[in-house]
Design a binder for this molecule. Structure first.
Ligand code: GLN
Length: 490
């Protein structure tokens, strides 16, 4: 039994039934990560001692016949913008290089209750700003399916860790596509839950009206399992819904018969959409039809405004959220300054990378007196129109199917010189954050170079369980489940 190619569900069952110990599972994943991470660069930090200690504690409880949680012994990787005390929390930024959080993220606490085992923290674009993980101030992350290509971003480290078989599960954050786009480029399942389903307490804020935490997995069932653990009420995040979350695994086998699936015509007419991606997504939709779904055409006519609207709303919120990194509170502090203003500006000049600075400048500009109405307020109005577009489409369809990203994984450096072309990689994912609705990326094929392609399914807000049910139905027929990238030298 190759332990690193088991799903989380298989691991949890085998550990509980004493077919394998949590310690053996963790050791196998650590060994694979220690061997290949120097090339893949998924992890920024691996805490092997802590992971082994947690696994041993789980095994001890099982041998005493004490009850254990639903993810007992399952290795999980965490994007390094989630707080886990004892481990660094860098957001891949020099400004937080030596920062250790004094508190625990809600999702981390929930996974601890479920007896999951944390392996370490994964690389990201600095403060989750980017679509290729190239904006990390720490290191490159390589796509496990072709190490000349990016893994996508901003949660590129989490996506690569799951695709490479370093962990069956990982958490990321998605403000405009940062879970779904890397999941698509790395061939795994990646889900952005409805806004308000998962508490962001302990997630470093980027765009607070858009940010959601969500899972990476190699099967829809595993994504549902970890969603069961992390979703539900939390008083420390006032945007979190107060009603208990459903059991996301309960209806996974119900199929799609009778469900109406909407195809937004604008999404398939975009000029940047790669022909192979389009063909794979349409073939996936066809497969859902054969399973009994009914296809209907819908219109999401605001698509062209999604990227500009997002880059006003998200940068405005980021400029405010990032004001706290000033050298006085915590994180990097510039030396040799003799007044507080110099301390702030020198610290920020030294600590932030160029993409983060660009966002802070853009965000400050759109919020400044004289431009606030013309940019920020206007963007909020367009945001409402985008949400209305979805509401109208969901009047006709239960779910919406579309591509996740216009292209498969691109090469390093291909888009770094042109921020606009990088921003356009999120054209299909951004609207869902603006509209607060959930969306998931599931593998739906590969291009002629063997690089993964994802299908995006979007549901009405809090229709996350129905969305996972359709994703599971598709996964069943596609057979594209639990694919671990064959790394060089194994
Ligand atoms: N790529 C988008 C950005 O750079 C989305 C990032 C995200 O979802 N965190 O803002």
């Amino acid at each position: 039994m190759e332990l690193t190619s088991l799903t989380a569900a298989e691991i949890a069952a085998a550990v509980k039934n004493k077919k394998v110990s949590a310690r053996e599972v963790v050791d196998a994943h650590l060994a694979r990560a220690e061997k290949h991470n120097p090339v893949i660069g998924a992890f920024l930090h691996i805490d092997a001692a802590e992971a082994r200690a947690t696994a041993d504690a789980v095994d001890a409880r099982i041998s005493r016949k004490e009850p254990v949680g639903a993810l007992a012994g399952v290795p999980v990787a965490l994007k390094d913008n989630l707080a886990l005390p004892g481990q660094p929390l860098t957001c891949s930024s020099k400004i937080l290089k030596n920062f250790k959080p004094p508190f625990t993220a809600h999702v981390v606490e929930q996974l601890q209750k479920a007896d999951a085992v944390f392996l370490g923290k994964t690389n990201l674009d600095e403060f989750a700003m980017g679509s290729s993980t190239e904006n990390s101030a720490m290191q490159l992350t390589r796509n496990p399916w072709n190490t000349d290509c990016v893994p996508g971003g901003s949660s590129g480290g989490s996506a690569a860790a799951v695709a490479a078989g370093f962990a069956p599960l990982a958490l990321g954050s998605d403000t405009g596509g940062s879970i779904r786009q890397p999941a698509s480029l790395c061939g795994c399942v990646g889900m952005k839950p409805s806004y308000g389903l998962v508490s962001r307490y302990g997630l470093v804020a980027f765009g607070s009206s858009l940010d959601q935490i969500g899972p990476f997995a190699r099967s829809v069932e595993d994504a549902a399992l970890i969603m069961n653990a992390i979703s539900g009420p939390d008083r420390r995040d006032s945007t979190c819904r107060n009603t208990p979350a459903p059991d996301f695994t309960a209806n996974l086998n119900q199929g799609v018969k009778g469900l109406k699936i909407g195809l937004p015509k604008e999404y398939f007419e975009t000029s940047g959409l790669n022909a192979e991606v389009k063909a794979a997504v349409l073939a996936a939709v066809d497969a859902l039809k054969k399973e009994g779904a009914e296809l209907v055409e819908v219109s999401l006519s605001m698509l062209d405004y999604a990227v500009p609207t997002y880059y006003i709303v998200a940068t405005a919120e980021a400029s405010s959220n990032l004001a706290r990194y000033d050298g006085a509170h915590y994180g990097h502090r510039a030396e040799g300054t003799d007044n507080i203003i110099d301390l702030f500006s020198k610290t920020r000049e030294e600590g932030f990378g160029s993409e983060v600075k660009r966002r802070i400048m853009l965000g400050t500009y759109v919020l400044s007196a004289g431009y606030y109405d013309a940019y920020y307020l206007r963007a909020l109005k367009v945001r409402t129109r985008i949400a209305q577009d979805f509401a109208q489409a969901f009047g006709k369809a239960d779910l919406i199917a579309s591509p996740v990203a216009p292209e498969t994984a691109f090469r390093f450096g291909e888009k770094t010189a042109d921020p606009i072309s990088m921003y356009l990689s999120d054209i299909y994912t951004i609207s869902t954050n603006l509209a607060a609705v959930p969306a998931v990326s599931v593998p739906c094929g590969v291009d002629s170079q063997g690089m993964p392609i994802g299908l995006q399914l979007t549901a009405p807000r809090f229709g996350d369980d129905l969305m996972l049910r359709a994703a599971a139905a598709y996964e069943q027929v596609s057979g594209l489940r639990n694919r671990v990238a064959p790394l060089q030298g194994n």
